[in-house]
Design a protein around this ligand. Structure first.
Ligand SMILES: O=C(O)CCC(=O)C(=O)O
Ligand SMILES: [Fe+2]
Length: 316
């Protein structure tokens, strides 16, 4: 396992830099997504105090009795909103479930919005009144950050600056509050906190987790342990963006390891950016040109792609 750091870029150079800094950001960010698929972001615009408050309510929620948490697990929602307990999600082609439980929240729409009934409504734990406002605030800050990163990505892949943002407008973007319990609480031999997997969506933003454990697979197969500095955020490419860019940008395998019974509980906050369900993910011509001219993936809507992939991981 290697410890060399991931590429690091400063989002301030993109959002308030001069033209040279903007171009530098686009180049560094894009090349990192192309080479490793993961990049650390300095100055992501996420309030560190808010992040600590969110981890505080996450700790409070997951410390509730299992029966209380299960009130927020609706089998009809198949994990798309509210609580999902231990033993549910597993990586693709793997039967042993991951050692994690989580909470999902999605976008909120006004009742007269055309997509108001397209996604399940959010649910909120009544035991923790601050859960909803804090998560909603974090979701908003992450959305702003994701827009800047998607713009930089669009410029890098040679399309109009707003194309990827436009694709994600009213998409089913989900904030996941993850809890990996202390190992002594679980018994499944061979299970990992998160088995090797690739994310399904366009890009993922990962706030700094409360404990180490995340590892990214490098091109030579070795695992790189990721350790962010406080205030940094990770961005990685998901399979939908790899598809849409004809493989130019790399959806990299990653995992969360547990090293022993003494592991502390770990909390993490991935934000999975999704396109609108009707968007076609057929590879973009500019990316086909940059990847040798052969179209590698057929057209498919984000809706069909997601449905198939959720089925493969026990959430569909
Ligand atoms: O816990 C982490 O740091 C990463 C989680 C992750 O990769 C996922 O939920 O897809
Ligand atoms: Fe992931």
């Amino acid at each position: 396992m290697s410890q060399s750091p991931l590429p690091l870029v400063d989002l301030g150079h993109f959002t308030s830099g001069n033209p040279v800094q903007i171009a530098g950001f686009v180049g560094h960010f894009g090349r990192a997504l192309e080479n490793i698929g993961f990049v650390a972001i300095e100055n992501p615009g996420i309030d560190p105090q808010l992040l600590q408050q969110v981890y505080g309510v996450a700790q409070e929620f997951f410390a509730l009795p299992t029966a209380t948490k299960q009130q927020y697990q609706d089998p009809e929602l198949q994990g798309q909103r509210g609580f999902t307990g231990l033993g549910q999600e597993h990586a693709k082609n793997r039967s042993i479930p991951d050692l994690k439980e989580f909470w999902h929240m999605g976008p909120e729409f006004a009742p007269d919005h055309p997509l108001a009934t397209a996604y399940p409504a959010n649910v909120w734990p009544k035991e923790i009144p601050q859960f909803q406002p804090l998560l909603t605030q974090l979701h908003q800050q992450l959305e702003i950050c994701s827009h800047a990163l998607l713009q930089a990505c669009s410029l890098y892949i040679g399309t109009s600056r707003h194309l990827l943002c436009h694709m994600t407008e009213d998409g089913n973007t989900v904030l996941r509050v993850l809890h990996y319990p202390q190992m002594a609480e679980v018994t499944h031999p061979g299970a990992l906190r998160a088995a090797p997997h690739e994310d399904i969506n366009l890009i993922t933003l990962l706030c700094d987790a409360t404990q180490p454990g995340l590892e990214v697979q490098q091109r030579d197969g070795s695992w790189l342990a990721v350790q962010l500095e406080p205030g940094q955020l990770l961005c990685n490419v998901g399979d939908m963006l790899q598809w849409f860019t004809n493989g130019l940008l790399r959806s990299t395998t990653h995992q969360v390891v547990n090293t022993g019974m003494e592991d502390s509980p770990r909390f993490a906050l991935p934000y999975f950016v999704h396109p609108r369900p009707g968007m076609d993910l057929a590879p973009l011509a500019s990316c086909v040109a940059k990847t040798g001219g052969q179209v590698r993936f057929p057209p498919i809507t984000a809706r069909s792609y997601l449905k198939e992939r959720l089925n493969q991981i026990g959430l569909g």
